[in-house]
Each structure stands twice: as structure tokens, then as C-alpha cells.
Design a binder for this molecule. Sequence first.
Ligand code: NOJ
Length: 558
Amino acid sequence: MYRVLVLFLLIASDSLAQNSEWWRDTFVYQIYPRSFKDSNGDGIGDLNGITSKLDHLADLGISALWLSPIYTSPMVDFGYDIANFTNIDSIFGTLSDFSKLVTKAKSLNLKVVLDFVPNHSSDKHAWFPKSVQKVKPYDEYYVWRDAKMVNGTRQPPNNWLSAFQGSAWEWNNVRKQYYLHQFAAGQPDLNYRSSALQEEMKNVLRFWLKLGVDGIRIDTIPNLIEDSRFLDEPKIPNTGLPDTDPGTLQHIYTADQDQTYDILKSWREVLDSSNGTKKIILTEAWTSLPLTMKYYTYGSNVPFNFMFINQLGNYSTPLDFKRIIDRYLNSIPPGQQANWVVGNHDSHRSGSRYGEQRANQIPMLAAVLPGVGVLYNGDEIGMIDRQLTWAETVDPAGCNAGPGRYNVTSRDPERTPFQWDGTKNAGFTSGNKTWLPVHPNYKTLNLAAQKGVSTSHYGVTKQLVLLKKDQIIRTGSTQLVVIGNEALGVVRRLDFSRTVVLLINFTEKQLKVDASSWLNIPEVMSVYVASVGSKIVPGSRVNTGGINLPAAASIILK
Ligand code: NOJ
């Protein structure tokens, strides 16, 4: 009797904990504020613009919106260079606009997640000149080092490179030292060996928690702290990249240091001590699988899984997908959830990475596989990259690479304004100019044209967001099957009749798939949703013993 009671209590407390984790089995939606919706005609998106479009997000059915930085910024890195961590940039609006956004979001049952950018500030932050002047305790807020003198000339302290090309060190002629910047020179790295700085950043979190935010996405977390010996990083031979490119070094001293995880834990504690709903932490770390998993242990709920961006692509085979997905799923610690990033503001759009015909495959995988899905604004309508000329390029990652290589490194193509409708500037702004050009395909590819059309990208994505909440997807078993190395099947199963099946054709030709033999599924199932352009009608019944899968198409059966 006693054992039964203990077991019951254990199960009850576990499910209580899981219930409070509101993000489980949902889609989170990233908004890049500059490009979402402009309310004042200046050609740059803003908070009131976002608030005016929250109904769209409620209609889509996502659980939370994560806003890329909205804080005071000189915009060297379009908001990831922050001059005041606790105020809103006037381009985006005011703190009062932010409160209105939060109130409206809550009324629609949408959670609000902010981007927390702790690795660096802007050099225009009030702390930086004080650090230059060695005013205590600001003198230690940044990472300062003496020059290395080589044959009487001043050199940076070591060979570390910025993510945006070139040395990660900038000379300061007043302090007569170099400061570290792992990104642009206008983004000096903060020094987490200063306890005063650590406390400042916790206060930043407390400030936003008081305004009702439901969690944070932590920017570039692996770079928080560096090895204190400041040794040169080893060179990777034969990369074919210019010496200024960070891809030429193994970042063993500037990334993934052990102390990073302890800092994360201290932020988890701050979030956990605030009232109200449980707070979510999403962490951005482009790192190894074991180090990604380690973030769970220290308080991340969603250590971003970027596999569809950096490990798999349109060149991958079904077997590659199966191997990489299985390995990832088998690594998730007990009680934690997997996650699947479809796209973001730093990566080419999924419709461009995989090809327009295959634009729905990654959102479909993100929906059918267990755990949290992460969408980037525009994914839901199948937006694709817009190629920009050198003259149009504004991203520092592109500009610093120069006219010959900007198109390899620039993130502008995936940041163009959201395509709301077919009117001037895609309904993004009433003004004549936009900060990045609108994609010319907006006249046909836009939300207004897709809304209410079940076979459009929007219609498909809406069904996918709904499917995430289905019991089969939330609790069913997961099996991946490669069919002749031409197609991939994902089977989610509660029992034989309660099954969801995703089938993806990896080839450019029509396939006839005997899915019932391969996947042990019912002989007749109905089409829940099919990729745009496949001409397969949702709701139609199919004989799973011989499914016709058009070239590059994907379907979900239920
Ligand atoms: C990662 C962000 O996603 C990216 O946009 C930014 O440039 C760097 N971190 C620096 O903050």
C-alpha cells in the first residue's frame, strides 16, 4: 500500500512539474523585430508593429514568441550590441509599448521570451568609457590585455579571431591596452571574472522578469568566458579560408569553458526565484552533442538543436537523417525534451537550404519528432532568402568579409521584411523605404494570399503547430525507417491504430512506397497534411501498401 502511494505521489509530482513546463510539445516562434512589422513608417519594424500582429501568432497556435534584441543600441550588429540592457531602443518604441505588448500577448495566451545578450555590450554602453578610464569596479567589466611587442611593434595579445573576421582584439589608446571582442569591435566582451559584473547581469534579468517576461534566449553562451592563460588557439590546416576567418582556428580557449555552465546555473536560480509561471531558458550554442546536452543539466530547457542547419542539408541522404536524429534523441537526458530549430536570423531560410519544393520537410520533421519546435518568422509562409548586392549589404558579418566574400557570410538574405500581403512593401510598412529590401516574390508569396488556404504554406504550418499538441506526438514511441535510401519514414505510435506517419521523398522522381510493410502501420490511413505543390489532398484516404509520393514531396498520415 505504502509503495503504491509513493509511486502515485512520484508520478503526480512528475506530471505536475511537466505541466508547469508550458513549452513542452509546442512551437516557439522567433521574431526578428526590425523585419516583422513597422507601425510608424520609418521602414524598420517596431514593438507596436509586433503588438498589432499578435493575433496572427495566436491564430498560428504557437506557445511563445522570442524577440531578438529590442534594447538601446547603436545597431552595429542590429541590436546584438546593447548600450543599455534595461531600456528599449527608440527605433522599437518605449518601455510602455513593451508593457502593452506583454499585456496583449498574455490576453492571447502567448508567452513572451526576450533575448539576453550577456557575452558583450556595445562600446557605447556607459560601462565601457568607465572601464577605459579604469574607474572601479568598471575597470574589470571587460577583458583587457597588454599588447604583445614583436620587434618593437605592437601586436594583439594572441591570435584569437572575431566571429566577424579579423583579430578579436582592438587597441584602446587611452587605456593603452587591447580589449577583447569576439564579435564586432563595437561589441566588447564582458568579463565574467568580475563578480560585480555578474551581479549587474543578474539585475538585468530581474528587471525584465518584473515586467512579466516568461523566459530568455541566451545569446552565444559558449563564448561567455575565456581561458585565463590567453594562449594562441591551434590552427586548423587546409581550410581554404582566409587567415582572417574564425573558421581557421579551433576555439578551445574562447568557447565552451567549464565556468560557462556555472554562470548559466546562477541565471537559472534568478529565473526560478521569480513568481508566476515557470520560466523558459533557451540557449544558443553551436557546439558538440555532449556539450549541448550538458546545458540541460545546468538549467537550459531548450539547448538549441541546430542539426537541420549545420549537420544536414539538401545533400544528405535519408540514412544521414536517421543516424543523426537517432543519435540526438538517444542523448536526451531523462525528463528533458528534444528540440528542433527550423530556422533563425543567422542561417539561410529552410526553404532556401533545402529548396522550395522541400520547404515543408523541416517544419514537418520538427512537428512530428518529439519535443519543442522552433520557427523563425516567415517560415510559416515559406519565405526564402533574397540575394543582396554588395551595395545593399548591411550585416557586419557580410561587410567585414568584403565584396568578394560577403555573400558567403552575410545574414541579410534571411532577414528581409515579413511578407504580410501583396500591397506596397508587402504590407510591412506604410513608408517608401525598408531597412532591407523586400523579397520580390511578395506579390504571390504572402500571408494574406495563404490564409484560409489549407494547401498553402500557412495552411500546412498551422496544421503542424496543431499536431504538436496531439497525444500521439506528445507521448507516442518514435521510430525512424529508411526506405531504400530514397525515402525516410518517421512513425509515432501510441498503439497500432493510433499512429502518425511522416514520409519524405528525398528524390526528384515519383516514388511508390510500400509503407505498410516497411513501417508496420494500418493498411488504410488518411492524409493529415501534405507538402505544398504535392497535389495530395488533405483528408484523402490512402492505401499504405502503395503510396504515390511525388518528387521531393512529404506527407503526414494519421
Ligand atoms: C548570435 C546572434 O544570434 C547573432 O545574430 C549575433 O550577431 C551574435 N550572437 C552576437 O551577439
